[in-house]
Ligand binder design. Structure first.
Ligand code: ATP
Length: 236
């Protein structure tokens, strides 16, 4: 198992944002976490990355307990998060933003080739690599955020609502990219409100409601679930 989360609790004062969440991601699998605003999805990802300390529960990554590990150690181990809102540093150049992703890497031999690969893939970024990232559109910033995460050479890429604010065409591009990276062996833990498109690329999914995992199953079984259809698939 690539990632095993058991009985995870995240609290902010009296707010119980995540309550006993259990989930796992197998090597090379795409797993979705669905849920409404405020369900605790971001808190779950932050606790897995380590930027939020869980009140209870355990996190294992590639078989090793990482619950108490620092964030840099987890990133070095191959865990990376593309946060909600992308968190691009708009005062830095596109190239500088990209390089931030490789900051913790020890093996840098193939880095120039990987950077070229990212620019080949995202020609909009390549053409403006020395401009401030502020010139990019929302969709281009999302590509930059994913490119930056790719340079950390992750075994598991977690993404927090990557489709937020993107046109349907760009959403398709982001999801196609995730499928392609996954075909290369990378695991994906995808938090999304775009339920239909997410379940189209995921193997399995979980539904989080008020901090609790209320449903889990194959993507096909979730897509077919009447309750889930009413709650999350109506508009999609
Ligand atoms: P969204 O899609 O709106 O980001 P979410 O499913 O990611 O929602 P979280 O952001 O994890 O949910 O929030 C879960 C609950 O925890 C919410 O009630 C939220 O108000 C609360 N919360 C989140 N972050 C904090 C914080 N830093 N301090 C206090 N409460 C917080």
């Amino acid at each position: 198992m690539l990632l095993e989360v058991e009985g995870l609790d995240v609290r902010y004062g009296r707010t119980h944002a995540v309550a006993g969440a259990t989930l796992n991601v197998a090597e090379g699998e795409i797993v979705a976490v669905l849920g409404a605003n405020g369900a605790g999805k971001s808190s779950l990802l932050k606790a897995i990355l380590g930027t939020v300390r869980p009140a209870a529960g355990s996190i294992r990554f590639q078989g090793a307990e990482i619950t108490g590990a620092g964030v840099p150690a987890r990133i070095r181990d191959g865990l990376v998060l593309v946060p909600e809102g992308r968190r691009i540093l708009v005062g830095m150049t596109i190239h500088e933003n990209l390089l931030l992703g490789a900051g913790l890497r020890a093996d840098r031999a193939t880095l120039p080739r990987e950077i070229d690969g990212i620019y080949d893939r995202f020609s909009n970024l390549a053409a403006r690599r020395d401009m401030p990232a502020a010139v990019l559109s929302g969709g281009e910033q999302q590509m930059l955020a994913i490119g930056r995460a790719m340079l950390a050479k992750p075994r598991l890429m977690m993404l927090d609502e990557p489709s937020l604010g993107l046109s349907p065409l760009l959403v398709d591009r982001v999801f196609a990219l995730l499928s392609e990276l996954n075909a290369g062996g990378m695991g994906v833990l995808l938090v999304e409100q775009n339920t239909r498109k997410t379940l189209a690329i995921a193997a399995r999914g979980y539904v989080l409601e008020l901090g609790r995992m209320v449903m889990a199953g194959s993507a096909a079984s979730l897509l077919a679930d009447q309750g889930l259809q009413r709650a999350y698939l109506g508009a999609g």
